[in-house]
Design a protein around this ligand. Structure first.
Ligand code: A5A
Ligand code: ZN
Length: 495
């Protein structure tokens, strides 16, 4: 096996990040947003295939926890009185819901909203299912369309009005401790999910004024877009405590006959997971998909020369069979366009490996592997070489993750100086971790003075969830008011 270095460019990806993103989604045939309805798009065949693979990872993780989550399906329409039941929840969502008010030409007696999320659909049903502690825990999830009338700028996959791929898990428990353990399981599932996609993230607790409407607290996964250093929330885990239980009267009979409220959690991930795969690993030529989820892992491009067509095609098919029998998702592009055009097409679509096979290679009993992520060219022996491809795919998977992690780490800064914070945010170097007290005023001052928002408290500074928490060492002074605090918070710009 011999290898030659290639090169890739990330100039456009770096400097015109959002343009690059919108452009590539269509060129790579992921999704087509030209449908004439804001915030709604069409999943194309290739994109759908990618989406299926990405969400299968999440399904497998949810289905295989010690107490499995069950995949279920609840109604899309919520009668108004149910939706209106939980006051905080309504406050958070009422400006974002779509209403169905007519059936044909007849005004409905009870208006129906399209679910923006399914708490108020699921919980009245949970009430029917729970009698004693033996009915607990309940752990269900669904992957469905939900609707949010977003008023901020809509963006493909990132801020849509029809969330086409809303995975929401909902759990019910007997005790507060079990609900807290469930939050931890939720965090673990999402960590594993994003690790498998090679997407770096940081986990933080949302500020109290910005938690999920109806939650005790919310924990979010964020990734940083390397091009513009803006953060994107790619998942949330909420501890709902007994808030919804009290509203929907969800109780159970304990062993001693006492009637108690249940404790609940919910956690969600949307098509933003696909946005993260596309943005984290791309470059100027297009997508660069992690082999784990790539619909096609290797594309064979025969380099056709006059007189040698038959032989080259035959050998290409031979190689395709070998690869398929090794479990590699390989495809032979024997279409009638030039090899240059084929290279361009499959690079745009992010196929991790291209295999070139020309007359010279056949003479030398070899074929060439080109890595999409690095451009590196590797010469392999025709007879035995295919066996080395699974290893190369593994390396690509690992290297993509590393490359993304390094970029993310480089855009996280830390300071305890207010002017420096201002500077870092203005110059858009990334996100900034600063010591901050719990006063809403201090957070507000920062948000007024800089373009940054309070994103949350890194999990490290939160006792209940931190392995690194240190009562003794975590003594800071608030960057705004100088009062003592044990906490740091992340400030940054976000989508
Ligand atoms: N019931 C809980 C799970 C819930 O609805 N949580 S949530 O409101 O935070 O949404 C879960 C995740 O969906 C968010 O973390 C975010 O990643 C994603 N999301 C929210 N609004 C979105 C939108 N308009 N477009 C795309 N993704 C969105
Ligand atoms: Zn302060």
């Amino acid at each position: 096996m011999s290898a030659k270095k290639g090169k890739i460019s990330r100039e456009k990806w770096n400097n015109n990040f959002m343009d690059w993103f919108s452009d590539i989604l269509l060129k790579a045939e992921i999704i087509d947003y030209r449908f004439n309805l804001k915030g709604c798009g069409v999943w194309l065949g290739y994109g759908f295939n990618l989406r299926k693979r990405v969400f299968q990872i999440l399904r497998d993780l949810l289905d295989n926890t010690p107490i499995p989550h069950e995949e279920t399906l609840f109604p899309l329409l919520i009668p108004e009185p149910l939706f209106m039941k939980e006051a905080e929840h309504v406050k958070g969502f009422e400006d974002e819901v779509y209403w169905v008010t007519r059936g044909g030409s007849k005004q409905l007696d009870i208006n129906l909203c399209l679910r923006p999320t399914s708490e108020t659909v699921m919980y009245p049903m949970f009430k029917l299912w729970i009698r004693s502690h033996q009915d607990l825990p309940i752990k269900v999830y669904q992957i469905v369309s939900t609707f949010r009338y977003e008023t901020k700028t809509t963006r493909p996959l990132i801020r849509v009005r029809e969330l086409t791929t809303f995975k929401e898990a909902h759990t019910v428990h007997a005790t507060a401790k079990e609900a807290e353990d469930q939050v931890k399981e939720g965090l673990e599932i999402y960590s594993k999910f994003y690790d498998r996609l090679g997407i770096p993230y940081f986990i933080n607790v949302r500020p109290d004024y910005d938690k999920f409407p109806g939650a005790e607290y919310s924990i979010a996964f964020e990734t940083i877009f390397p091009g513009d250093h803006k953060t994107l929330q790619i998942g949330t885990v909420h501890n709902l405590g007994t808030i919804f239980a009290k509203t929907f009267d969800l109780t159970y009979e304990a062993d001693n006959g006492e009637i108690k409220f249940v404790h609940q959690t919910c956690y969600g991930i949307s098509e933003r997971a696909i946005a993260a795969v596309v943005t984290q690993h791309g470059d100027d030529a297009g997508l660069c998909l992690p082999p784990e989820v790539a619909p096609i892992q290797a594309i064979i491009v025969p380099i056709i020369f006059k007189g040698k067509e038959k032989e080259i095609l035959e050998q290409s098919k031979n190689l395709l069979d070998k690869m398929n029998s090794l479990g590699i998702r390989a495809k032979l592009d024997d279409s009638d366009i030039s090899s240059g055009k084929k290279f361009y097409k499959w690079e745009t679509k992010g196929v991790p490996i291209r295999i070139e096979l020309g007359p010279k290679d056949i003479e030398k009993k070899q074929f060439i592997v080109v890595r999409r992520d690095t451009g590196e060219r590797i010469t392999l022996d025709f007879k035995e070489g295919a066996k080395k491809i699974p290893k190369i795919l593994e390396e690509i998977q690992k290297d993509l993750h590393e490359r993304a992690k390094i970029l993310m780490e480089n855009s996280i800064k830390e300071t305890d100086d207010y002017d420096e914070l201002y500077d870092l945010i203005e110059k858009r170097v990334g996100i900034v971790i600063v010591p901050l007290c719990d006063e809403y005023d201090c957070a507000e001052q920062i948000e007024k003075r800089t373009e940054g928002k309070i994103i949350g408290t890194p999990i490290k500074y939160v006792k209940e969830f931190s392995k690194e928490y240190s009562e003794k060492e975590f003594n800071f002074n608030c960057i705004v008011c100088a009062r003592p605090t044990k906490k740091k918070m992340i400030i940054g710009r976000s989508y």
